[in-house]
Design a protein around this ligand. Structure first.
Ligand SMILES: [Zn+2]
Length: 98
């Protein structure tokens, strides 16, 4: 078998920046939504759908963000918020809970 090109601990600093953005946006949504189900299935479906719809933004550690040209976060936060709202509508229409 071919040798892997990376050591396992090296991948720890390879970060999808938007994963944290999505999880933060889901938290904000759940803090404010009054009519969304809080069961495990619905919360995780909400996160999964939002993660699948958000663009992936990989960085090698947070220190390199400037290098990759991601300084202004406000538009991104707004976009994540919109994605979570769209995902919440999908989950509410077809919830997987019993
Ligand atoms: Zn539910």
């Amino acid at each position: 078998m071919a040798r892997k090109w990376y050591d396992d601990d090296e991948l720890d600093i390879l970060i999808n920046r938007n994963r944290d953005k999505v999880l933060d946006a889901v938290e904000t949504y759940l803090d404010n939504a009054t009519d969304f189900c809080r069961c495990r299935d619905c919360r995780l479906d909400l996160a999964a759908i939002t993660l699948n719809r958000a663009p992936v933004r990989h960085f090698v550690s947070e220190y390199h963000m400037k290098y990759y040209g991601e300084e202004d976060e406000a538009p991104l936060d707004k976009r994540m918020s919109r994605l979570v709202n769209e995902a919440a509508a999908i989950v509410a229409r077809r919830p997987h809970h019993d």
